[in-house]
Write a new protein. Sequence first.
Length: 219
Amino acid sequence: MNRPLLQVALDHLDTPGALESARLLGPEVDVLEVGTLLCYAEGVRAVQAVRACWPDHILLADLKAADAGGVAAELVYSAGATWMTVICSAPVPTMEAALKVARTYGADRDVQVELYGDWTFDHAQQWLDIGLTQAVYHRGRDAQAAGKGWDEADLQKINRLVEMGLVVSVTGGLTPQDLSQFRGIPVKAFIAGRSLYGAKDPVAAAQEFSREIRAGWGA
Ligand code: 5RP
């Protein structure tokens, strides 16, 4: 089982703040994410700015695109993104259009489906049928604030998605202490935002995540 990647979600509301967090955390993480909130606040220019400082990292633009997949994809891949997200409720043609553009930028470019709210395993099969291979299993920020924890039902759904052939990342208010619950699952990446960039010592927080990943999945 591969060691899961560590991904920081830069959910800042301004590019300078995101770049400062990336300066601290870039050396500690495998994937830099221009978070949805930063995309709202600063748009594709934030993707360009992070890419200019970090030419070699996997760079995710967390658009959670719902429509105009091809246009959205063109915007972020031309700005240097490696991956982008579409929302699970997007129509399949939107996902297909985004994936088609991704492939024109290189075989390493990819589209991830963000799982929120209502989706089914039949939908997941449709995503696989059009060539999508990555999903992000998400505990939403608002669901967390309303008291939603990680539970057995989450683990069962993640396992079923993996059995179907999807490569699954996990996110949503994660702390290093949460990671041991996912042991035994071949998670692609653990994605953390506030508990990394919002930590008193972001570097130490990232190193704690990495220690938990190594403890659970090996070096
Ligand atoms: C919110 C997101 C966040 O980027 C993701 O949940 C990680 O952030 P945090 O660890 O702060 O919850 O996609 O929609």
